[in-house]
Design a protein around this ligand. Structure first.
Ligand code: ADP
Ligand code: ZN
Length: 645
């Protein structure tokens, strides 16, 4: 949501700094030609020197520079006369210069000439080593200037592609963060009113906003407010919307930036932008930083995703971690981040003291979808035949963004038909259109599929209800999330030890979905992939690791050293391997038959649960108690929910 509306007004190209550099270079070049070269020695030859100057005794001294050039200084009284009419008396010399082959040959030639002209003595000769700075400087400056020029062009390309027009941001602001800031004068217009449903998330977020408004109340009690909040959820579930609402509600500065804006092709830029962002936020504390799509920087380091290892992203991430560690909890900077891939985030980001509070936004339930419809029709002119309960029921698995889209489409369709108001049929048409759009992108659930999912989840629920050691069931949903199409949530007990019965019950619980499909539809679907994977792994650990199989006996092939993990050699024979496979299959089959038996026995109740799910999409423990009656075994579990898809 952070876009670059706050681009500085277009300025001339090249920018000031570059202009200064160019001007300076030009002055340097001109000064060489104009000032320093006012009295330049005239180029001459050995022959002219010997016959015209040396022979006549006009030479005062000779200076040999860098062993390759002789500079001739004439006697003062000779200047401006005879041969040297053009040389000013003010000219201190050197007056002439010529190239010598080598110092030795030059000296030889000089002493030869001395003999030839019968000179009493030779002019004084001095030797100098001189660095001519100008060409040297130029040979350095020129490539540098070219590099800088290209660099500037490239930078402008990059930042220019994000800003409008050519007169984009100053390239020397490259390391500055491009966060968009909201404060009293520039407020986000979104409020919590605009966010439908998401009750728990809203409560949690409001608490944070409240802390920033009245920190004293919390500090007095010694409460620590989290530094970082991660909002995770499928695309379109309202993560950005929620953040915008915080910006609108909190009366503190709110910095918003997208994770991808940290990462550029130049190493170090991201880190420096992070530093800059935190600096700004701290100087305005209390304040909120919102990083959208944090996975762009926060993807776990060295994971399989990053085949092209990205040093830049890593250094950006490290800087982010450093900044988050670097400030006090109660200094009043809270970092919020949104992602739809919480699973790929680096674990370091999620550790206490960083993003330690996680808010998961689910796809909306039936009730929530009704509310979302109501938010988005506020500004529409509606007919009086509208039934939002019905529309919401028609849109299982739709996100808030999809529903916003439907409302807009509905208005467009009605406008095309030149209607005064939007009617039910327009919305129905809009749903069809949006469904067609989503179907291409991801899965949208048909009514038949929804039925299968409902019975599958009801199967899990029923099986677990009647298995004595199964965890307590708290919630069953048929709202898709991530890969899974529905889920049953359990309150697991912490176990240090698990008995064979408990293992067996776990297998049965996981197989409940598939078994229900078979019992009710006489046909099984692909929806049990996750369950079966879990079951298979569990069965193998039971047989091969925990020694829970009678035929294999008290044997474990578990290797706590981990050394054999990669070696192809197995510590057991082919025959044993075959036996393990057979026992695993037998075990799973046994569990499956047991589960099926339970489900057939409680077929009516299962059906009741499934129909309830179809109607409400989410059912809680109380609904289940109404169907099944109180469960025999009460559990006192840990507060961590566990889900089985
Ligand atoms: P995300 O950031 O999770 O991908 P957004 O927050 O950008 O999704 O949501 C996109 C749009 O969907 C929002 O601008 C809003 O119009 C609509 N929307 C999503 N969730 C809700 C909700 N709970 N209530 C009202 N509108 C919603
Ligand atoms: Zn399942």
């Amino acid at each position: 949501m952070a876009n670059q509306k706050n681009t500085p007004p277009p300025e001339n190209f090249p920018p000031k700094t570059i202009r200064t550099v160019i001007l300076f270079t030009i002055i340097l070049i001109l000064s060489q030609f104009l000032i320093l070269n006012k009295f330049r020695p005239t180029e001459t030859t050995w022959k002219t020197f010997k016959n015209e100057m040396l022979a006549k005794g006009d030479v005062d001294k000779i200076r040999v520079v860098n062993k390759e050039e002789a500079e001739i200084f004439l006697k003062k009284e000779k200047l401006g006369k005879e041969n040297y009419l053009l040389i000013s008396e003010k000219n201190q010399g050197p007056h002439y210069k010529f190239q010598i082959g080598s110092v030795e040959s030059f000296e030889q030639k000089l002493s030869d000439s001395q003999k030839e002209f019968n000179l009493n003595e030779l002019p004084e000769i001095t030797y100098h080593t001189e660095t001519n700075w100008f060409p040297l400087l130029l040979s350095w400056l020129l490539p540098l200037a070219i590099i800088v020029f290209i660099w500037v062009i490239v930078l402008r390309r990059i930042s220019g592609s994000r800003t409008k027009g050519f007169g984009g941001a100053n390239p020397f602001d490259f390391g500055k963060s491009k966060a968009k800031m909201f404060d009293e004068t520039n407020k986000s217009s979104v409020t919590f009113e605009d966010v439908a449903g998401l009750k728990e998330a809203k409560t949690e977020i409001m608490e944070i906003v409240d802390f920033l408004k009245t920190p004293a109340r919390y500090l007095k009690l010694g409460a620590k407010i989290p530094k970082g909040v991660i909002i995770a959820g499928a695309p379109g579930t309202g993560k950005t919307l929620l953040a915008k609402a915080v910006a609108g509600e909190a009366q503190v500065p709110f910095f918003s930036i997208s994770g991808s804006e940290f990462v550029e092709m130049f190493v170090g830029v991201g880190a420096s932008r992070v530093r800059d962002l935190f600096q700004k936020a701290k100087s305005k504390a209390p304040s909120i930083i919102f990083i959208d799509e944090i996975d762009a920087v926060g993807r776990s380091r060295g994971s399989a995703f990053s085949l092209q290892s990205n040093d830049e992203r890593e250094s950006t991430l490290n800087q982010l971690l450093t900044e988050m560690d670097g400030f006090d909890n109660n200094k009043g900077v809270i970092v919020m981040a949104a992602t739809n891939r919480p699973d790929i985030l680096d674990k370091a980001l999620l550790r206490p003291g960083r993003f330690d509070r996680h808010i998961y936004l689910e796809l909306p339930t039936l009730q929530e979808r009704i509310k979302i419809f109501k938010v988005h029709i506020r500004n529409l002119s509606l007919g009086d035949d509208l039934d939002f309960d019905f529309l919401a029921a028609q849109t299982p698995g739709f996100s808030g963004a999809d529903i916003a889209n439907i409302c807009n489409e509905g208005a467009l369709i009605a406008a095309r038909k030149k209607k005064e108001v939007i009617e039910q049929e327009d919305f129905m048409e809009a749903i069809d259109r949006v469904v067609a759009g989503i179907e291409r992108k991801s899965k949208i659930i048909s009514q038949t599929e929804k039925r299968i999912i409902a019975y599958h989840e009801a199967g899990h629920a029923t099986a677990s209800w009647f298995l004595p050691t199964a965890d307590e069931l708290v919630k069953v949903t048929i709202i898709p999330r991530g890969k899974s199409l529905g889920a049953a949530w359990y309150l697991p007990e912490e176990h240090q030890l698990m008995t064979k019965t408990q293992f067996m019950d776990k297998l049965c619980m996981a197989l409940g979905g598939r078994a229900a499909e078979e019992v009710f539809f006489g046909e099984i679907s692909s929806g049990a992939l996750d369950d079966l994977e879990k079951v298979t792994k569990q069965a193998y650990t039971m047989v091969a690791y925990y020694g829970l199989n009678e035929r294999l006996g008290n044997i474990s092939f578990f290797d706590s050293t981990g050394k054999n993990e990669r070696s192809l050699q197995r510590p057991y024979s082919e025959a044993t391997a075959k036996m393990v496979d057979e026992e695993v299959m037998k075990l799973i089959d046994e569990a499956y038959q047991k589960t099926k038996k339970i489900l057939i026995e409680h077929k009516d109740q299962l059906k009741e649960v499934a129909e309830l799910l179809l109607e409400k999409e989410v059912i809680l423990k109380d609904d289940l108690i109404k169907v099944f009656g109180e469960r025999e075994k009460g559990n006192s579990g840990s507060p961590n929910l566990k889900r089985i898809a």
